[in-house]
Design a protein around this ligand. Structure first.
Ligand code: 4NP
Length: 160
């Protein structure tokens, strides 16, 4: 099979200020370290537009920074064009998946929707829990789950 020129991944959570911007940063670093930045493009968005225009949550940024990730994305809601523009649309929990399926404009778009933990190698959680009302351990758990699942995702894409 001919190699696809570019592969585009959109990570989605509720507010696009905690989990999906972290997934974006973790995946970008893995892609960069693998020398695949030209081939694999990564972005993130939220189900709700409540935090549109905001930087990622300062608690999430601080926890991520301790692991060497710089969260520089600005919150935006998912748009209809995203379903045509991206190859994979990855939600963090069941609610994100249900909301994405409701927003999907056609069946081809529905087929692009997957859950982050499908790519986990360490199958301890079947979703990435919302850390917004949690303490520090919630933010650390998000990063543990994302580092594991993004590694699995990169392996899977590399086979395409
Ligand atoms: P995220 O976390 O979906 O991981 O960005 C949340 C951010 C904001 C809210 C909930 C979750 N909120 O209710 O505003």
């Amino acid at each position: 099979m001919e190699k696809k020129k570019e592969y585009k991944i959109l990570f989605v959570c509720l507010g696009n200020i905690c989990r999906s911007p972290s997934a974006e940063a973790v995946m970008k670093k893995l892609v960069q370290d693998a020398g695949l930045s030209d081939r694999i493009k990564v972005d993130s968005a939220g189900i709700i537009g409540y935090h549109e225009g905001e930087q990622a949550d300062p608690r999430m940024r601080a926890h991520a920074a301790r692991r060497g990730y710089k969260l520089d994305s600005i919150s935006r809601p998912v748009r209809t064009e995203d379903f045509f523009d991206f190859d994979l649309i990855i939600g963090m929990d069941n609610r994100n998946i249900d909301d994405l399926k409701r927003k999907a404009p056609d069946l081809e778009s529905v087929a692009k929707i997957h859950q982050m933990t499908e790519y986990s190698r360490n199958k301890l959680y079947d979703y990435v829990p919302d850390p917004y009302y949690s303490g520090a351990e919630g933010f650390e758990l998000v990063l543990d789950l994302l580092e594991d699942a993004c590694g699995g995702l990169l392996e899977e894409i590399s086979l395409l």
